[in-house]
Design a protein around this ligand. Structure first.
Ligand code: DGL
Length: 271
């Protein structure tokens, strides 16, 4: 019998999925966590879908070998193109961030004028638009790719004056559509949240799909009876990056407010 102490796996192209992990640490404090950020090959946003699918499989295989009990694709770009395929081909529950993000947006929005910001890959896939309109056919959806945001976050410049300028310039056209709700459709973007909120105005609801995604994780743990109720000893959170351990740790320890972290560099097939 497989143990419920097995960790939940989270994957992203870099540090973005930590925004989902932060919620998991809050909502599911008993659960062990393994995180893998493919920082060496970040960003995924501009890459062709086939390549993102292949990289997502490589990360998935790495975490399956660590005996995870559930996989969270904590990356919108990878969720948009790889979720269905991975779900069909692995025998543990797999969750993405797009459906929960769309649901959270519809809960928050009064006017159904919804804006979505994301990577080129996510915006090109049109997945948010179809999820939103499937649930609410009257939804007016305005999407915008923001390719300059992820490099700012990965280089630990989320609070810089450059970030303020780039975010203001990039989001200016979106304000014209007067959305009441904006989906941060890339898991890196919540690290820019104060700047995005400032540019869009306090009246706009910002959706970080992390919280809603972790509620789904929690429901699935219940459904499959996978909760780690018998937690004894130290809870483990192990972080892997294909890039620099030092850079990863400086962003992650700050974001997760952890004084000490377990970060290891690994190489995936082909990097
Ligand atoms: N954090 C990712 C997302 O949610 C990907 C960013 C990127 O690598 O371009 O889309």
């Amino acid at each position: 019998m497989l143990s419920n102490k097995r960790p939940i796996g989270f994957i992203d192209s870099g540090v973005g999925g930590l925004t989902v992990v932060k919620e998991a640490m809050r909502q599911l404090p008993n659960e062990n966590i393994i995180y893998l950020g493919d920082t060496a090959r970040c960003p995924y946003g501009p890459r062709p879908a086939e390549q993102v699918i292949e990289f997502t499989w490589q990360m998935t295989r790495f975490l399956l070998a660590q005996e995870i009990k559930m996989l969270v694709i904590a990356c919108n770009t990878a969720t948009a193109v790889a979720l269905d395929e991975i779900k069909k081909n692995v025998d543990i529950p797999v969750i993405g961030v797009i459906e929960p993000g769309a649901r959270a947006a519809l809960k928050a929005s009064n006017t159904h004028q919804i804006a979505v910001i994301g990577t080129q890959g996510t915006v090109k896939s049109g997945v948010y638009q179809s999820e939103l309109q499937k649930k609410a056919p009257d939804a007016q959806v305005e999407s915008l790719a923001c390719p300059k945001f992820v490099p700012l976050v990965e280089s630990n410049q989320s609070h810089s004056s450059i970030a303020k300028k780039v975010v203001a310039e990039t989001l200016a056209p979106l304000k014209v559509a007067r959305p009441d709700t904006l989906i941060m459709g890339c898991t890196h973007y919540p690290l820019l949240r104060p700047i995005i909120q400032n540019v869009m105005g306090d009246e706009v609801h910002l959706i970080d799909s992390g919280a809603e995604t972790v509620s789904d994780v929690s429901a699935l743990l219940d459904y499959f009876q996978l909760n780690n109720y018998h937690h004894t000893g130290e809870k483990t959170c192990q972080f892997y990056t294909t890039g620099s351990e030092k850079m990863f740790e400086s962003i992650a320890s700050d974001w997760l407010a952890l004084a000490k972290m377990n970060v290891k560099h690994i190489d995936l097939e082909g990097n």
